[in-house]
Write a protein that binds this ligand. Structure first.
Ligand code: FDA
Length: 507
């Protein structure tokens, strides 16, 4: 421990007005627990049995990140990097290979919006809500196409892809990155021109953690109309939800790209106390009600959408709506780093892609599985639109043309003793769905990280071993990611349980 602190104190990088005691916290210091806990989103990874980092480093300046990397390397410590802490397997703050430190970027979250230039410069410690808030403060006709949950960090989210309600119109968050700043294993800071196009390609969907510490993004803002429309139409199985879903899976990816219409499911107790599944058809339309109603009548009349189901609002209010806040909530709520709904639960999730509609029999079996789990949920996200116009190799994120929708399976619970039961349930659902989803490989979304797909047990996982999960996340882009990794991090310093492997063994 003393060695790392000594090194941190003595590097030229750490010479700053801020005392080191406010930047580096040992796991025995008074502030450690609250700082460490602040960005943990899944209680599964807050147990006493998991190893804690030796140090939590909370840089105020990029030179603090340089000092942490140089000293961790010199002292043989592993590094984990945390932005918003939403990693589904906790890889930004837990490690199976001790000793390690966590660089938590929470203080590096400045945001500058340039409306004339239509760009945003964002420190990677910022959360999506902060970005949306800052954009809305400057303009009511600009937005950014990224995820719906305001506390998600831009560091992990954008480097893993990042989709949300605008993605059928504008693509992923990663598709809208113009420049980035990254620190490599030598502590060298590079921008797009000095890192080169290969590394710039890799960190827009390949996950940043395999390559270095991304300090900031320069993002392209997109246009949104001053009035958008949202609706949420709900039907239980008894109210014909399966029939509606059948129609939805045939048309949702072909709709005008101004319409995002996703489906979520919940187990509910219907009158008279019968457990059933309720499907919510929730939409953001980039325009007024008058334009939406005729489209829905022609393309999806079965939903029976009425004017009274629809609410017109600004784009930033639609952000509140999709984050489950009332649209009258003061926008400042988007600046909050955590929310009790997602900070105080145990959860597990998996992902799939559907390339041809799921049969009636398949759906009936799926509903049955969902009913076995009290707090099960599906999020079914239609693709198409802009996503089909971008080639599979444009970024490492390969799930483009031909995907009808993505599935996220989720289970949430409150009691640590039940963890194994829920993990078994989600594995069973995943096994059940095999015939109905993409094959060879069965594709998955990196940002819904899943260690059941495969993992590195040490630094020397071979390319062949890692292909098992690498092809699922990245398809044919995996090979290029391995080549970039081998070039930019030849000693595999930025290793984790699912980092991109090297082409050859490093001794
Ligand atoms: P976290 O800090 O845990 O980082 C995730 C990974 O990125 C880790 O490997 C970490 O080391 C690495 N990393 C983080 N910052 C880095 C940096 N600066 N440089 C290098 N590596 C870095 N996704 C989506 O596409 N659309 C959505 O709507 C949602 N919604 C959503 C809601 C909720 C409640 C959760 C928990 C998750 C989502 N997600 C999502 C998934 C989300 O995009 C994914 O978990 C991101 O990786 C989270 O990024 P964070 O920075 O918050 O996580």
């Amino acid at each position: 421990q003393d060695n790392f602190l000594e090194c941190f104190n003595s590097t030229s990088y750490s010479k700053h007005s801020i005392p080191v005691s406010e930047v580096v916290f040992t796991n025995e210091s008074a502030s450690f627990s609250s700082l460490f806990r602040l960005s943990i989103r899944n209680l599964r990874f807050l147990t006493t049995t998991l190893p804690k980092p030796l140090f939590l480093v909370t840089p105020f300046h990029e030179s603090h990140v340089q000092a942490a990397i140089v000293c961790a390397r010199e002292k043989g410590l592993q590094v984990r990097v945390r932005s918003g802490g939403h990693d589904y397997e906790g890889l930004s703050y837990v490690s199976s290979q001790a000793p390690f430190i966590v660089i938590d970027l929470i203080n590096l979250r400045s945001i500058t919006i340039d409306i004339e230039d239509e760009t945003a410069s964002v420190g990677t410690g910022a959360a999506l809500g902060e970005l949306y808030y800052r954009i809305a403060k400057k303009s009511s006709i600009h937005g950014f196409p990224a995820g719906s949950c305001p506390t998600v960090g831009v560091g992990g989210h954008i480097s893993g892809g990042g989709f949300g309600t605008l993605f059928r119109k504008y693509g992923l968050a990663a598709d809208n990155v113009i420049d980035a700043k990254i620190i490599d294993f030598n502590g060298r800071i590079m921008d797009r021109s000095s890192m080169g196009e290969d590394l710039f390609w890799a960190i827009r969907g390949g996950g940043g953690a395999s390559f270095g510490v991304i300090l900031s993004w320069k993002l392209k803002l997109v246009s949104v109309p001053s009035i958008v429309t949202v609706f949420n139409v709900q039907r239980t199985l008894e109210q014909g939800a399966t029939h509606l879903f059948q129609k939805w899976q045939n048309i949702s990816h072909k709709l005008d790209q101004d319409i995002f219409l996703h489906v979520t499911t919940k187990v509910v107790t219907d009158f008279p106390s019968k457990k059933t599944i309720r499907l919510s058809f929730t939409s953001l339309f980039l325009g007024p009600i008058e334009r939406l109603i005729p489209i829905m009548k022609t393309r999806f009349s079965e939903l029976g959408l009425k004017r009274s189901d629809c609410i017109e609002m600004s784009w930033i209010q639609s952000v509140l709506f999709f984050a489950d806040f009332s649209i009258d909530t003061p926008l400042e709520v988007l600046m909050e780093r955590s929310s009790p709904q997602i900070s105080d639960a145990f959860f597990t999730a998996k992902s799939d892609y559907v390339i041809s509609p799921i049969s009636q029999k398949g759906l009936e079996g799926l509903w049955k599985k969902l009913l076995e789990e009290e707090k099960s949920e599906l999020i079914l996200t239609p693709y198409g639109g802009k996503m089909s116009q971008i080639s599979e190799s444009q970024t490492p994120f390969p799930h483009r043309e031909g995907r009808i929708f993505g599935i996220q399976y989720l289970a949430t619970w409150d009691n640590a003793n039940e963890t194994e039961k829920h993990l078994s349930w989600i594995r069973e659902v995943y096994a059940y769905m095999k015939p109905y989803v993409s094959k060879s490989p069965r594709a998955a979304y990196l940002n819904y990280r899943d260690l059941d797909l495969g993992r590195n047990y040490g630094r020397n996982t071979s390319y062949e071993e890692a292909k098992v999960w690498g092809l699922k996340y990245f398809s044919d882009n995996f090979e290029r990611l391995v080549r970039v990794k081998t070039k930019v991090d030849p000693s595999n310093f930025f290793w984790n349980e699912q980092s991109i492997p090297l082409l050859y063994h490093y001794e």
